[in-house]
Ligand binder design. Structure first.
Ligand SMILES: [Zn+2]
Length: 129
């Protein structure tokens, strides 16, 4: 049976797009790479989907700060023995942890945001012939 639905308006799965984006793959086909550089989104070399049209803007840093803040700051608040340790030790371990976790989570979160935006379709994508 041949589908008569217009492929331009077919429903896209947000979970699928986010999963593909989090794996640094094109949310449309999962074959091409999502990034050209560390955080530079590129158009898909496999299917040609214009991934750079999805405006992630400030959402990835916001969600990254939210996640990393909970992973690093929450233990600092709940584990009292940390506050009895020398300040240089706490600062010397916390700041590198914040840096590394931020750099690790940021492209993953940005991929998820791009995947979510792919599933929502920007208005100009739906209106194309
Ligand atoms: Zn693709």
């Amino acid at each position: 049976m041949v589908s008569t639905a217009n492929p331009a308006v077919e429903k896209r799965s947000m979970a699928l797009g986010m999963r593909r984006g989090m794996a640094f793959h094109c949310p449309n086909c999962s074959q091409g790479k999502l990034y050209r550089k560390y955080l530079k989104v590129q158009d898909c070399p496999a299917c040609g989907n214009e991934n750079s049209r999805y405006p992630a803007d400030d959402a990835p840093p916001y969600f990254t700060i939210l996640i990393v803040g909970h992973l690093v700051v929450a233990p600092l608040l709940f584990l009292r023995w940390i506050w009895q340790a020398p300040t240089a030790l706490v600062v010397g371990t916390t700041l590198p942890a914040l840096l590394v976790l931020t750099l690790v989570f940021l492209p993953v979160v940005k991929g998820a945001v791009v995947g979510a935006l792919w599933s929502l379709r920007p208005r100009d994508e739906v209106e194309e012939p």
